[in-house]
Write a protein that binds this ligand. Structure first.
Ligand code: ATP
Ligand code: MG
Length: 407
């Protein structure tokens, strides 16, 4: 029985390194020589650059999990359990999960077994795996907690989840088992963001019954699903590379509410992005405060590498008003010193600007404009969008407490 297995890591279809699993369930990542030597190399992630901008090449082995960059490519909640179960892998054994799901991952990275498709015997032992992979298992991965699938537009404009799971260019998010009307909420918030001029992908709200290929049981409660066009999939089948800020900072998904705040996110955007990225960042910060979104953790902000090398802020996703579900909710991460929605004022923005080397005037002007634009669109649209009444009322209540909505 081999005690070493290897996964090739490809970026834009070219092998750039390997993940190696050695005895004791330890995993090592290494770049290959050709990638290291290439001065025009495409960027895998900012975590792999050192302070001087040079490629980091020395990474410690990790136990059972994958290194953080790769761990963050895997789902967290029910989708992880579902996919792991179909693959016959324990959901904590990330190397074998990636083995099964690596052809269709977030961004332009793909992962394939170096020694062919034969399922390694050590994947089945010794940590409680029960059965070999199911022949019809879905082989794709998306991050996040909510149950979701990657789908393609079908012949008559409908949506289909491909039988292999691979090749989708839209994300279908099913309703939450904890809160009512989340798809309607997310659709409404993304439409509002779009109406005030933010960078928002095409979104839709569809009948779950009209989606083909959902696994048995996934859509059994009916109702509507939220659909968003994928910005990491290009017309014609190409992929754009993306990474989220948990990947940027090298932290595991479990630490997405800790280990870094908006200050650190802002610092990266100030250093890597353009003025347009900084303004879009401030718009999102302001917008998500106004709608009372307490879930803008590190995995809900991403970078995109449109030319393969240069980072800019990826389009918006996962905007949900959470105050209706969690009264008294706060922003997921510190703005600069505080998480309270009501602490988001010009003083906090000045503090953030100084700490993150952002241009303070641009930041404050952008926040003011965003608030003014939002209030106009909100009063015009709030009775026309499909959000439930409790969401609308919770946002109205919150707005009356926010300094940024009064200035
Ligand atoms: N339009 C999109 N294009 C490409 N990737 C996307 C898009 N929307 C979301 N993603 C990716 O899919 C992941 C999951 O999406 P999303 O954040 O909407 O799900 P979620 O399960 O609600 O997340 P959370 O765990 O924050 O509740 C994101 O972290 C991001 O990597
Ligand atoms: Mg999310």
């Amino acid at each position: 029985m081999p005690d070493v297995s290897i996964l090739n890591v490809d970026l834009h279809g070219r092998t750039i390194g390997t993940l190696t699993r050695v005895a004791g369930d330890r995993v090592l990542f290494a770049f290959n020589e050709a990638y290291i030597a290439d001065p025009e190399r495409p960027t895998l992630g900012l975590f792999f650059k050192d302070q001087a901008g040079a490629l980091r090449t020395d990474f410690p082995p990790v136990q059972t999990k994958l290194p953080p960059f790769f761990s963050n490519l895997l789902p967290e909640g029910p989708l992880r359990r579902y996919l792991a179960d179909a693959a016959g892998v324990h959901s904590e054994r990330e190397f074998f999960l990636l083995w099964a799901l690596g052809r269709d991952l977030p961004g332009a990275v793909t992962v394939t077994p170096a020694d062919g498709e034969a399922w390694p015997p050590e994947a089945m032992a010794p940590h409680g795996e029960r059965h070999p992979p199911q022949s019809n298992m879905l082989r794709f991965s998306l991050a996040g907690v909510q149950l979701k699938f990657s789908a393609v537009a079908g012949a008559r404009g409908g949506l289909t989840v491909p039988a292999s799971g691979v090749g989708g260019d839209a994300i279908v998010k099913l309703p939450s088992s904890d809160f009512a009307g989340v798809p309607e909420n997310e659709y409404s918030m993304m439409r509002l963001a779009d109406l005030i001029g933010m960078d928002v992908p095409r979104v839709d709200l569809v009948d779950i019954d009209a989606i083909d290929g959902l696994p048995d049981g996934a859509g059994r409660f009916g109702g509507k699903a939220f659909v968003i066009e994928r910005f990491d999939r290009l017309p014609g089948g190409g992929r754009a590379h993306i990474e989220d800020f948990a990947q940027v900072f090298g932290v595991y998904p479990d630490d997405k509410y800790r280990k870094a705040g908006m200050r650190s996110v802002a610092r990266v955007i100030a250093a890597e992005g353009t003025d347009a990225d900084i303004r879009e960042f401030v718009r999102r910060l302001t917008f998500n405060t106004l709608i009372g979104n307490g879930d803008m953790h590190l995995k809900n902000w991403s970078l995109i590498y449109r030319d393969g090398r240069t980072a800019s802020l990826a389009p918006a996703y996962d905007f949900v008003s959470t105050v209706a579900y969690i009264p008294g909710d706060r922003f997921a991460l510190n703005y600069s010193r505080s998480k309270d929605f009501a602490a988001f004022d010009e003083d906090e923005l000045s503090h953030l600007s100084v700490k993150a080397s952002l241009p303070a005037k641009t930041v404050i002007d952008t926040a003011r404009e965003t608030a003014a634009d939002f209030l106009g669109v909100w009063s015009r649209e709030k009775h026309h969008l499909p959000m439930f009444a409790n969401v609308r009322d919770a946002i109205d209540d919150l707005l009356s407490t926010l300094p940024i909505a009064r200035s």
